[in-house]
Each structure stands twice: as structure tokens, then as C-alpha cells.
Design a protein around this ligand. Structure first.
Ligand code: ZN
Length: 181
């Protein structure tokens, strides 16, 4: 079922709950729609053209959010998570987004004079997608360059953000369209 079958009231309700940091599944249950529909509504107006300033604003806003429980979780399980990530990187080096982001950064000669850790990027944003506001989990998120490396963006914290896989892929698709256009 597409988002276009929804009434304006329901769409507004979904967006309101999303702004309050509800999980898609919980919104779906409360509003009485399919979880995928919630995702569609929430992603229908992502700020794909976000600037570094917008990201800084977003990160500052996130700091005060209730979902800080994730940060607490991260701090509490830091060693365990870092160890897990290290092991994951060793066994999945090619698929690891952090690895390939660094590799891409190097290839394109981007500036990255500070070591960047995926865990830190995740913690900085409480694991919330900066494009649609979805709560990501530690094992299912993408690290995104807000200003793409291909457009001169830097591989550093001020230009790195958490995205859900859906937003990241649609942003990549959009960039590809621009390149091909
Ligand atoms: Zn997203």
C-alpha cells in the first residue's frame, strides 16, 4: 500500500510521532498502517541537500534528545562493541562501510587528517538518521559524507553522519542521476 492512500491527518500523525522519536513499528501499530507505509511517509521528504551547518544543528539537537539511551548503551558497552566492530572489520573488510569510506576518501584525495571512528559518529548522533530521523541500530546503518567526497566534502566528523540504509541508498542514487544527467 502506498503512502498516497493515507489521509492528510494520518500522514501528519505519522510525522508528528516520528519527530518525537518513535520507532517505525510503534508508529505503525498506533496509527494502524503497515510499517513500510510509515517508512515511506517518513522518507518522503528527506533533506537530501543537507549542508554541514544543518548537520551541526542536527547533531546539537540530537544531544538533548531522549534517545540518548543509545549513547548510554554505547558507553556502557563501549569495549565490547569496539571489539565486536574490530572483529567484524577483520572478517568483512571489503563490505565494511568505514573501511570503504576511508578507502574512497584516500582515492579521491579528500582531507582526513583526523582518525574517524564509526562508533563515535554513531554515538554523536545517537544513531539517528540525519535525513529521515529513523532510529538505526548498531548493526544496520551507513556512514554518510554530508557533502559527498566527489564534491569536495571532507572525511571528518563535521562532515560525517548516520543514515539509515534506505536514505543512504536513495542519496547515492540521486548523486548518480546528477552525474549521468
Ligand atoms: Zn533515513
Amino acid at each position: 500500500m502506498g503512502a498516497r492512500h493515507l489521509t492528510d491527518e494520518k500522514i501528519a500523525e505519522i510525522k508528528q510521532l516520528r519527530a518525537e522519536c518513535w520507532m517505525y513499528a510503534d508508529i505503525a501499530e498506533k496509527v494502524g498502517v503497515h510499517e513500510q507505509t510509515v517508512g515511506k511517509v517518513c522518507r518522503s521528504e528527506p533533506a537530501l541537500e543537507a549542508t554541514v551547518e544543518q548537520l551541526a544543528e542536527w547533531q546539537a539537537k540530537q544531544k538533548g534528545r531522549k534517545s540518548a539511551y543509545l549513547k548510554a548503551y554505547y558507553l556502557e558497552h563501549k569495549q565490547e562493541l569496539n571489539q565486536k566492530n574490530k572483529e567484524y572489520r577483520l572478517t568483512h573488510s571489503d563490505q565494511c562501510a568505514g573501511y570503504s569510506a576511508r578507502r574512497r576518501a584516500r582515492i579521491r584525495g579528500a582531507t582526513w587528517d583526523e582518525p574517524v571512528s564509526r562508533e563515535e559518529v554513531f554515538a554523536l548522533q545517537d544513531g539517528v538518521c540525519y535525513l529521515c530521523g529513523a532510529q538505526c541500530t548498531q548493526d544496520n546503518w551507513h556512514m554518510d559524507h554530508v557533502i559527498p567526497l566527489s564534491k569536495g566534502g571532507e572525511h571528518r566528523y563535521t562532515n560525517l553522519a548516520v543514515t539509515c540504509p534506505g536514505c543512504n541508498l536513495s542519496k547515492q542514487a540521486k548523486l548518480l542521476e546528477e552525474i549521468e544527467a
